[in-house]
Write a new protein. Sequence first.
Length: 436
Amino acid sequence: MVPRYARPAMTAIWEPEAKYRIWFEIEAHATEKLGELGVVPKSAAKALWDWWATNPKIDVEAIDAIEAVTKHDVIAFLTWVAENVGEEARFMHQGMTSSDVLDTTLAVQLARSTDLLLEDLDDLLAAIKRRAEEHKYTPTIGRSHGIHAEPVTFGLKLAQAYAEFDRCKTRLIAAREEIATCAISGAVGTFANIDPSVEEYVAEKLGLKPEPVSTQVIPRDRHAMYFATLAVIAGSIERVAVEVRHLQRTEVLEAEEFFSKGQKGSSAMPHKRNPILTENLTGQARMIRAYALPALENVALWHERDISHSSVERFIGPDATITLDFALARLTGVVDKLLVYPERMQANMDRMGGLIHSQRVLLALTQNGVSREDAYRLVQRNAMKVWESDGKLMLLDLLKADEEVTAALTNEQLEERFDLDYHFKQVDTIFDRVFG
């Protein structure tokens, strides 16, 4: 985790003290249920909860010192609790194994992280929707292969982003459901030394579901799906970031990141206004996607368990969620304050002499008796003259002067095909589909 790209609420979920608090809750809830079953004295859970109520601080350094000797983090924690609680602490961890604590804790942390990420997505969706409605009918050029294609509106660009992130939200809700499982099943997951009702009880207390078959660890296909979902969201973040970066290029300059008073773009060139936020988002997206691969490789563990996944998850659990939380918040800020230049959009559309209307002329010719092959040839030969003149010639003028074209279409019919508003007649339909 890099502090530069971290926000407090998400970081707090992954702090050692927060982790140990979840460990304690798991152990105390399990002991409580074991007391109800008569496996351990009910006084054991009471002693744990009484101590917890009056001693809320976790001594992370003391636990670390014990682990330096035991070389086992869960045993170190249990030893520290026993040193503080006393005799009743011996009934903790009855029939449990370390993975019961570790895997269930990871599930809690990922579920809580996901709740924050879902809030982030809601904020981003709200910002995109507001800007989409603002620019619903702002004309701009659509590009394919980076080349002028046909007119769109800037609102439609944003509506596409909204629909994509709405799908991301749906996937993330499913990923949360997938990951929020609890395992309290003991060594190799057979419940030989602990009743399944303990797992059900702990799961209910922590807002999780029991894992059907845990084999000592929760199966890592769940985690693979979760981190793959984060990777897809990162891809969507980068798609928007790359669009902004392209639009901010000097030759385009149809939109750009907000540039605050006193901000500097270059240490050498005072005129620079660089898309640093979206370039940063591209980098963060690469990292988040990179975490998906080790999560996929964690699926194939040996037999009922090994710990090859453990070191991986100590990295990717906090890093992926903390980075995505930061990236979503940063993208929301970019969208919210994005500077949009409709005049430049119009100027760029007009720059190539009306080439953007070529398809409408092609279709009109075919509808007036010209074969598609001939229609394409007639429009293209005039369009190439405009292209080669770098927009100094006008396509409409050349078409009006082309006898083969005017044999099929009148000047009035040609002029009708250069109406910009024609391209926006279904904008309302698309917005209704996206925003309901």
